[in-house]
Design a protein around this ligand. Structure first.
Ligand SMILES: Nc1nc2c([nH]c(=O)n2[C@@H]2O[C@H](COP(=O)(O)OP(=O)(O)OP(=O)(O)O)[C@@H](O)[C@H]2O)c(=O)[nH]1
Ligand SMILES: [Mg+2]
Length: 311
């Protein structure tokens, strides 16, 4: 096996959500390609220490708040790299190009800088994912009750939701999906179907969420956005192997529907996320909107909610 080069890279995010890319300086592999500022770990350094040093050296800023985020492994002709990406939300100083690079601020889902380093594809997709995902709750609210709650949530800013109603027959599900899709379009929100990837086209959805039992059966990453429910490291690895965009990992806390089921707790959640995955990990189970910061603090991307999404 070839030697693995460990790299730390920082995604500077402004309050409006835009993030910074830098161009790679002349004389380095992939000169002129766009990347997240950062560089190789030196002997004895942690990824966080390397991040702080690299951002100081390459652009003269002091990192004030950064959380570990996705980890991507990639084989280049010149090196096999393990990239530790950090979300950097606070820093001191203005980025200055200390190595002759150019900088551009970019909007997730509408990047204009190109070409971007090939290892960064899942990172750019991850940046499009919102801090909260909602799972539908027709089972408790009833069809109209939930559609009303959905419209209210969309008006309040909800942008991604999963239509998960395993109790419905296919015809009922398709009918509900059509109504949900109309609302989603009106608000520019994304609708993910649940279960069978073939539903994506049938419904005109933006993607599919796979229950964990389907993970082992699906041989190829379905079209569009794709995530899955997972409970352990083996399933996380399967999702990463398939190249999925996100997972919901849980249950983290006890839920009303399964009050006595074993839970991961935030420590268990953090231990699994810490292994480093090239996809966004949402905490699932007993979540509320105000837990986003806690999820981020434990290496996660955000929270996925069922009941709490509709109040
Ligand atoms: N900094 C950075 N490197 C990335 C990204 N994506 C990616 O594949 N890489 C790869 O990770 C490695 C990082 O190396 P680097 O050239 O930035 O390292 P460095 O700043 O320490 O440079 P040096 O070795 O010239 O001192 C390169 O192989 C690069 O292609 C990214 O977004 N940011
Ligand atoms: Mg560098």
């Amino acid at each position: 096996m070839s030697k693995i080069t460990e790299v730390a890279a920082g995604i500077l995010i402004r309050p409006d959500g835009d993030f910074l890319l830098g161009s790679r300086p002349e004389g380095k592999p992939y000169a002129g390609w766009w990347e997240f500022p950062g560089g190789k770990l030196e002997a004895g350094e942690t990824p966080y220490e390397a991040l702080v040093r690299e951002l100081r050296e390459e652009m003269g800023i002091e990192v004030e708040a950064a959380t570990p985020w996705l980890v991507q492994r990639f084989v280049y002709p010149h090196a096999t790299v393990k990239l530790h990406f950090f979300l950097v939300s606070q820093w001191r100083g203005e980025p200055h190009p200390h190595e002759g690079q150019a900088f551009v601020w970019q909007t997730a889902g509408a990047t204009t800088a190109e070409p971007i380093l090939p290892a960064n594809t899942p990172i750019l997709r991850g940046l499009e994912l919102p801090p909260t995902l909602a799972l539908s709750n027709v089972a408790e609210l009833g069809r109209q009750g939930w559609l009303d709650a959905l419209e209210q949530a969309l008006a309040g800013g909800l942008r991604w939701f999963v239509l998960r109603e395993p109790q419905l027959a296919r015809a009922e599900y398709l009918d509900l999906a059509a109504a949900a899709r109309t609302l989603a379009r009106r608000y520019g929100a994304r609708l993910l179907v649940h279960g069978d990837p073939a539903l994506v086209e049938e419904v005109g959805a933006d993607g599919v969420h796979l229950p964990s039992r389907l993970l082992a059966e699906v041989k190829e990453r379905p079209q569009g956005w794709c995530g899955a429910s997972v409970h352990d490291a083996a399933q996380l690895a399967q999702a990463a192997e398939l190249g999925l965009d996100y997972v919901m990992l849980g249950p983290v806390l006890p839920t009303l529907s399964h009050p006595d089921a074993p839970t991961l707790g935030w420590d268990g959640f953090a231990r699994l996320v810490e292994q480093g995955w090239p996809l966004a990990v949402y905490a699932l189970g007993g979540m509320r909107p105000e837990f986003v910061a806690t999820a981020r603090g434990h290496g996660g991307h955000g929270v996925a909610m069922l009941r709490a999404a509709w109040r």
